[in-house]
Write a protein of this length. Structure first.
Length: 414
């Protein structure tokens, strides 16, 4: 975000007319000297500062405490305090500034802790101001000196010595209140998505252990499931060995290993092949609804990299190290079957090589699994696709709300 020329933001609430003032952060914050000398807080209450999550309990966030033998010299962070982290992050090479919205705790001496001057500053406003990477980096860049091994050299006093534009305390509260409502909406959408994903996982377990069964159109039981090998259920059609030298800046999308994510296609760092390749390599054209699987490094964090071709990748060309799932069974059912954790583990145990691991169909063809007849497969596939549709709609709502908030932040701050 480019710094605005004037002292009035691009958008604001109509009841406020005053121009924003250029104030030193030291007018809004004061350094807290409060230390944990009485050991009121122990290692279980050490806090970490995350760019995404803000100030969180270190054990809950990282799984363990990284505190030294003694925490008596750690700084006390009370609810409502502001913390500056003197550690470089990818998006914030000069550190981050966050408000403690949670429980009180302690931080190491690598952090600077500040109290909010409630006469002319509202903590949540300052937090939202510095939630924009551009604002944080622009403010801290002139103040920070880079030391050996990329360490940040800046005193606690220097960190609040520069200026930012701020409105009256009433406008600060109004802005923060509005953005807090948006944050609650974002949190609700994240929770909804997590609940849907948890429900999907649980119901899949019941379906594939046959604890949950579907009935036909007449309300009758479907036949018993039959054991089959993966080789009997599906085959993998390999793509063509296109060379990187074949790529062009504009043409037909080329589906590479990096484009296949976990249950979804990725749309970053795309590659293209010449338009005339469509006729030359029709055999390797992918259509919407096809399922593809990464054959090199096919498993990531216990999940199989398998995804459905959507509208964006319709009529794309298939790379050699990506395979298309081909089956006489319901391919959507096969797609969900390949999300089962025990089956992924069995596949992982039979992948050839480790650097990098490569999936060959002949190495997994013998693995057995029970599956229903095709009519029940259809019902299962439709049921699980409905859940996925709800998950995707929720994810889209979440992304839209986050983008809306980001746009507002960029226009609401001078």
């Amino acid at each position: 975000m480019e710094k605005l020329l004037g002292k009035i933001p691009q958008i604001r609430f109509p009841e406020f007319k005053e121009t924003w003032e250029h104030k030193k952060l030291s007018d809004l914050l004061s350094e807290s000297k409060l230390k944990n000398t009485d050991l009121k807080y122990d290692k279980d209450e050490v806090l970490s500062v995350s760019g995404e999550l803000g100030i969180v309990n270190q054990i809950e966030h990282l799984g363990r405490s990284y505190a030294g033998e003694s925490v008596h010299n750690y700084g006390v962070v009370e609810t409502g305090d502001i913390v500056y982290t003197k550690s470089p992050l990818k998006a914030n090479p000069f550190g981050i500034i966050k408000l403690n919205k949670g429980k009180a705790g302690i931080v190491s001496t690598l952090y600077a802790v500040y109290k909010v001057n409630h006469k002319n500053a509202f903590g949540a406003f300052i937090d939202y101001y510095f939630s924009l990477d551009a604002n944080t980096n622009r403010y801290l860049r002139p103040l920070v000196r880079k030391g050996a091994k990329n360490t940040l050299q800046i005193t606690n006093e220097e960190a609040i010595s520069s200026e930012i534009f701020v409105p009256t305390i009433d406008e600060q509260k109004r802005i923060a209140s509005f953005l807090t409502v948006l944050d609650k909406k974002i949190t609700q959408l994240k929770q909804k998505k997590n609940l849907l994903e948890h429900y999907k996982k649980g119901v899949m377990q019941k379906i594939f252990t046959q604890e949950l069964r579907f009935k036909d159109e007449n309300g009758k039981e479907f036949p018993n499931w039959q054991k089959k090998t993966l080789g009997e259920i599906f085959s993998i059609f390999n793509g063509y060995a296109f060379a990187s030298e074949d790529t062009v800046t504009e043409g037909i999308l080329w589906v590479k290993i990096a484009d296949v994510g976990i249950q979804e296609m990725r749309k970053e760092n795309l590659s293209f092949l010449p338009y005339d390749y469509f006729e030359k390599h029709k055999k390797f054209i992918l259509k919407k609804g096809d399922y593809v699987i990464a054959l090199t490094r096919p498993i990531l964090s216990g999940e199989l990299k398998i995804a459905v071709i959507d509208d964006f990748f319709n009529n794309s060309l298939l790379n050699q190290r990506v395979g298309k799932i081909v089956s006489e069974h319901n391919t959507t059912f096969v797609y969900y079957m390949l999300q089962l954790s025990w089956l992924i583990k069995a596949i992982e145990n039979n992948i050839a090589g480790t650097d990098p691991p490569n999936l060959s169909p002949k190495e997994i063809d013998f693995i057995k699994i029970s599956i229903p007849q095709k009519k029940e497969q259809n019902k299962i596939a439709n049921f699980l696709a409905t859940i996925d549709d709800k998950i995707n709609r929720t994810e889209n709502q979440l992304q839209q709300t986050q983008e809306y908030k980001k746009g507002l932040l960029q226009k609401m701050f001078c």
